[in-house]
Design a protein around this ligand. Structure first.
Ligand code: FEO
Length: 391
């Protein structure tokens, strides 16, 4: 994929369209890109490598862009293998390369590469606000701990006003795939599932970025952003502060034989009839869990409908709530519909997990269905729909 950034800054990343699950857990039907950039100046700097899955194509891209020159510096923004995986190959190609990272980078590097032939004279340890001149280009380093991993740092190139943002502003999808849903859909799924737990560190990074004049954002996944940057930065501000992005309701259900599903769909109809414009109905047994997590964060309200199971709740609901818990889900209004044939337990189990999360308002009434939804259940469901529609 050819991406133009500027005369001196070249995109040399690769698309991966054959990976089954990114990070062994996220479906990526349109692939993912591992971005890597080269800055050609008096000195040549490489901004991260790629996953070993893409090393051969990346090496071709790198050598073509270098056109006979050598790499002087490798800036290691993030040590996760989808970016640092090909450091070993780079050092084989350019044994004189100097690695640039922070103290945490060099502490963690040997954990991945215990026999990397790079001596101390070929490592530069940078700290917050330090810079490295390449000639006319200057790299300024800002630490971004926990904007996914503790060693993450971003680099601002001041002559062309480019922010190399590491995982920040990343997105699922190969670069040659034009997403009909625009940038936000897969960027949001990426953000909440991968970086979602770390809202406070992302807020800290946004504050640093606010002091920089940025014209281009070069992330480690997804497209280079070079216009309307306020839109992307605004979404990151909303997401990282755990505020809902849209008014709407996620109805997530966990149904064994289809009866809870029927009740959930009926409940969604009630919400629509009461004027709720955005209602997303998700089957936790079958829909992409990462997309359900995304919708939970996207909307301001959520209704959980689940069957009782083994004295608790049907496992896919438990799994979903565990995902939300680990991603620091907070600040939302939640309604509960439980189903049970004898001694329903789903409601109190879901409530117990929700109560461990910050600022979750669980509204009444909780609806209890016995085995299958009947006419007699409708008034309680209507009452809950009224509360949710007006919350
Ligand atoms: Fe794209 Fe946290 O690695």
């Amino acid at each position: 994929m050819s991406v133009t950034i500027s005369e001196a800054v070249k995109y040399i990343g690769v698309d991966d369209k054959t990976i089954d699950l990114f990070e062994s857990q996220y479906v990526v039907p349109h692939g993912v890109s591992y971005n890597s950039y080269l800055i050609l100046d008096e000195k040549v700097a490489l901004m991260d490598t790629v996953d070993t899955r893409g090393v051969e194509q990346w090496e071709k891209n790198l050598l073509a862009a270098l056109d006979g020159r050598k790499v002087d510096y490798l800036i290691v923004s993030h040590l996760e293998p989808d970016h640092a995986g090909s450091i070993g190959r780079l050092v084989e190609l350019f044994p004189e390369v100097t690695l640039v990272g922070n103290a945490k980078t060099f502490h963690m590097l040997p954990q991945f590469f215990d026999e990397l032939p790079v001596d101390e004279n070929h490592k530069i340890t940078v700290a917050e606000g330090e810079s490295l001149s390449l000639g006319t280009h200057t790299l300024n380093f800002y630490m971004a701990p926990m904007v996914h991993w503790p060693e993450v740092m971003v680099t601002y190139e001041s002559s062309e006003k480019i922010l190399f943002s590491a995982d920040g502003f990343g997105k699922f999808g190969a670069l040659d795939y034009e997403d009909p849903e625009g940038w936000a859909c897969e960027a949001r799924r990426y953000y909440f599932n991968i970086v979602g737990k770390y809202g406070a560190p992302v807020q800290a990074l946004l504050k640093k970025a606010a002091g920089l004049d940025i014209q281009t954002i070069c992330p480690l996944h997804g497209p280079v952003l070079n216009e309307n940057l306020g839109y992307y930065i605004g979404l990151y501000d909303t997401w990282s502060s755990y505020k809902p992005e849209d008014k709407g309701v996620l109805v997530a259900y966990a149904s064994i034989h289809g009866n809870t599903a029927k009740a959930a769909r009926k409940f969604a109809e009630m919400l629509r009839a009461k004027g709720v414009e955005k209602v997303s109905v998700m089957d936790l047994s079958r829909d992409d869990m990462a997309e359900v997590v995304e919708d939970a964060f996207r909307y301001d309200r959520m209704v959980l409908a689940a069957a009782s199971y083994d004295g608790g709740v049907f496992p896919c609901m438990q799994d979903f709530l565990h995902h939300l818990q680990s991603k620091a889900f907070q600040n939302r209004t939640v309604g509960i519909i439980e189903n049970g044939t004898w001694g329903p337990t789903a409601g109190r189990t879901m409530k117990g997990i929700l109560e461990t999360m910050k600022n979750i308002t669980i509204v009444e009434p909780m609806v209890t269905i016995r085995s299958a939804m009947k006419e007699s259940d409708l008034p309680a469901m209507e009452a809950l729909a009224d509360v949710i529609a007006n919350a």
